[in-house]
Design a protein around this ligand. Structure first.
Ligand code: HAM
Length: 449
């Protein structure tokens, strides 16, 4: 086969129908748990003023320093040069909270978001340049019970998707900014004279963001850190107390966790609680989700001091775990009825028949080309249709149609005008796809994406 002229850009992929089933299923689980817990959906734009990410996430983080996709436009003179694709949702949602005066709403304001994010990462397994997140944020109130409850919503989602037992909840408290400043200074002092033993990447981090040394993947750094000052030595009483209360509430809710003093997260806006869900076998590599508290972010973005808390999960990584665990997402794209026809008159009748069946909520596919009946039947097999309807010249003349049960391999001739009620009966009212109809009649599930 010749090579296609165009391919998806590096680090991106097409979400083909097989993965759409997983995507839809995950979104449903997210929406369901979000509604139960009073979260409302918000969609910030896919691109925003780059300063929102730079100020929010932090100028010296990998995400901002190396991974922002800048958006440019052929129009000169507008603000295009100042825009960037969102690498995450949190900063944009906080910008929306300020922009729409949401501090006037009852607090906390609970939001969730689902959609693509963009990071110019080095593509590898589980790491893409365009990926999807679902994200939860609790803004406007600070209480340790909110931290525990938010983590509980995520454990419920992961449990609904049947992958919770493959993961461990890692949790830490990184104190307030004064605590971290003192710690950063102590780490810098500790490394005086030892810098040259650090790998280059961590030598730079020591200057710009010493906290990040704690979760360095470099073995040399981890060895050197063994005798270094530890962050927990610098936590104030309030942070320690807050952490103990969060852990107490997690226990009350029956949520298992692992205390991890090395967990610091890669975004600068966090304070106090931070957590991640790790793969039990690979650990920190490719965390499925992570988050924490960000009580100073709103001020960085020009708002009033407002506490916040949230997390995000990578949908591709969740799909990977579901497949590994043998969890099959339900397939709603099945074909109920395949309609085969022969001759111009039959074709016209079939056009109408297909419409009637679809209106009823029957998944119907028709072979309206000029193929032979035999090849149409082969197609019906490929579509794995439950029933096939055959309308040839003879049947049109007689006012009949052939109904074939594909699994049983049996067929019978019935009156054409009986075919729609017959299919309805065979499939069962319950199995008809009447989503939008139900929705118009009253409260039903809205199957948006
Ligand atoms: P994050 O840890 O940067 O946190 O990303 C959350 C999740 O997104 C990761 O655990 C991972 O599953 C997924 N993810 C991140 N980068 C990639 C990538 N290149 N390819 C595939 N998946 C990826 C945040 O984004 C914070 N905004 C979370 C948060 C919300 N904190 C407070 N509120």
């Amino acid at each position: 086969m010749s090579q296609p002229q165009f391919r998806t850009p590096k680090g991106t992929h097409d979400v083909l129908p097989e993965d759409q089933q997983y995507m839809t299923y995950i979104k449903k689980a997210v929406r369901h748990r979000a509604r139960q817990a009073g979260f409302k959906r918000v969609d910030p734009p896919i691109y925003e003023n780059r300063a929102i990410f730079e100020r929010g996430i932090g100028a010296h983080t990998d995400i901002v320093e190396k991974e922002l996709f800048l958006v440019s436009s052929k129009q000169s003179g507008d603000d295009a040069a100042e825009l960037a694709l969102r690498p995450e949702f949190t900063a944009g949602i906080c910008r929306a909270y300020i922009e729409h005066g949401m501090q006037l709403l009852p607090q906390p304001v609970n939001f969730y978001a689902i959609g693509p994010c963009f990071r110019h990462d080095r593509p590898q397994k589980g790491r893409y340049r365009q990926f999807h997140q679902f994200d939860f944020e609790v803004i406007g109130l600070k209480d340790a019970s909110l931290d525990a409850q938010l983590i509980q919503v995520l454990t419920k989602i992961l449990s609904d998707l049947r992958i919770l037992d493959r993961l461990t909840l890692q949790i830490n408290n990184i104190g307030n900014s004064d605590n971290r400043k003192m710690f950063a200074q102590a780490v810098k002092d500790y490394f005086i004279g030892k810098e040259r033993h650090l790998p280059e990447i961590d030598r730079n981090r020591l200057q710009t963001n010493p906290l990040r040394l704690l979760d360095s993947k470099e073995e040399d750094t981890q060895i050197l850190l063994k005798n270094a000052p530890r962050l927990e030595q610098f936590l104030d009483a309030e942070s320690k107390d807050y952490h103990a209360t969060v852990l107490d509430y997690l226990e009350t809710l029956g949520i298992k966790y692992v205390e991890n003093p090395g967990l610091v997260r890669g975004l600068d806006y966090y304070n106090q609680t931070v957590f991640e869900f790790w793969d039990q076998s690979t650990g920190a590599q490719n965390a499925v989700g992570g988050g924490g508290r960000y009580d100073s972010l709103m001020e960085l973005l020009g708002g009033k001091p407002t506490p916040g808390l949230g997390y995000a999960c990578g949908i591709e990584r969740i799909i990977w775990h579901m497949k590994e665990a043998g969890v099959q997402a339900p397939n709603k794209d099945n074909v109920d009825v395949f309609v085969a026809q022969l001759g111009p008159e039959a074709k016209k009748s079939c056009l109408k028949l297909i419409t009637d069946l679809r209106e009823l909520g029957v998944h119907t596919v028709g072979a309206l080309g000029e193929a032979s009946l035999k090849s149409q039947m082969r197609l019906a097999d490929k579509f794995q249709a439950k029933y096939t309807l055959l309308l040839g010249k003879m049947e049109v003349k007689e006012g009949t149609i052939i109904l074939r049960d594909m699994k049983a391999g049996k067929q019978k001739q019935i009156a054409f005008k009986q075919v729609v009620p017959m299919i309805k009966k065979l499939l069962g009212e319950r199995n008809l796809d009447t989503y939008t109809l139900k929705d118009q009649l009253g409260p039903g599930e809205v199957d948006d994406d």
